[in-house]
Design a protein around this ligand. Structure first.
Ligand code: ZN
Length: 229
């Protein structure tokens, strides 16, 4: 009984301790100097231009293609992303159009025109254009023919760029379109960021510099495609 009373007293004491107000907080110390804020935006970087070898080109090039690796350059440049941040991408283009490519992509960045991704088609199995397009990947050089033709595409010369291809699909006269997942964007009344429409500042950035836009063609319509002959 006595033990029980002691235990009860101890329980009350513990309860009192638990209910005691918390200790006073230590006096406030002066605020430390503000730490430098981490940059939320990568600093712009100038483009870099480098030569490429056949090994660098991987499956995008093979013997018999109309231009060799010595005529091509890898251009690494900044672009605006769909996330509203600056990204670094790469394009392989003809050495003759390097300056023109750098110039027009600088203008796209100034317009904050969003480009989802920009990497070599060689990142996709067999450098298969359909896979690159389905992934909405922006690319330039790829040794391939014009669909439905035995002529080389200007991509095989490094003189054409396809931008945001899933949302700017290719459509031929028979209604065949590429890529296979681009169907919703055949509706050109859509205004998703990164789509091209006649009269857009991003389209005019190209056409004012002498590029042709596949969206101006009658057939096929190739909304992703810009070329400089
Ligand atoms: Zn194209």
């Amino acid at each position: 009984m006595r033990f029980t009373r002691l235990a009860a007293l101890a329980a009350v004491t513990m309860t009192l301790v638990q209910c005691a107000p918390p200790p006073e907080p230590p006096p406030a110390s002066p605020d430390p100097p503000p730490a430098p804020q981490p940059s939320t935006q990568a600093a712009p970087r100038p483009p870099t231009v480098s030569p490429v070898t056949a090994a660098d080109l991987g499956a995008t090039w093979r013997p018999g293609c109309p231009v060799g690796p010595d005529a091509l350059r890898r251009v690494e440049l900044d672009h605006w992303g769909v996330d509203g941040r600056r990204h670094r991408g790469e394009l392989v283009v003809n050495a003759d159009v390097v300056d023109a490519v750098v110039d027009v992509f600088a203008q796209l960045t100034a317009l904050r025109f969003p480009i989802e991704k920009m990497q070599s088609p060689d990142r996709y199995p067999g450098a298969e254009d359909e896979l690159s397009m389905r992934d909405n990947n922006t690319s330039a050089y790829n040794c391939r023919g014009i669909p439905g033709s035995d002529s080389w595409s200007l991509h095989a010369y490094g003189r054409a760029v396809d931008i945001n291809p899933r949302i700017n699909p290719y459509l031929d006269a028979r209604g065949h379109f590429e890529p296979a997942n681009g169907g919703p964007w055949l509706d050109r009344t859509r205004t998703d960021p990164g789509m091209f429409h006649d009269g857009d500042p991003a389209v005019e950035a190209f056409t004012a510099r002498g590029w042709r836009w596949g969206g101006h063609w009658r057939t096929p319509l190739d909304y992703q495609h810009f070329e400089l002959r």
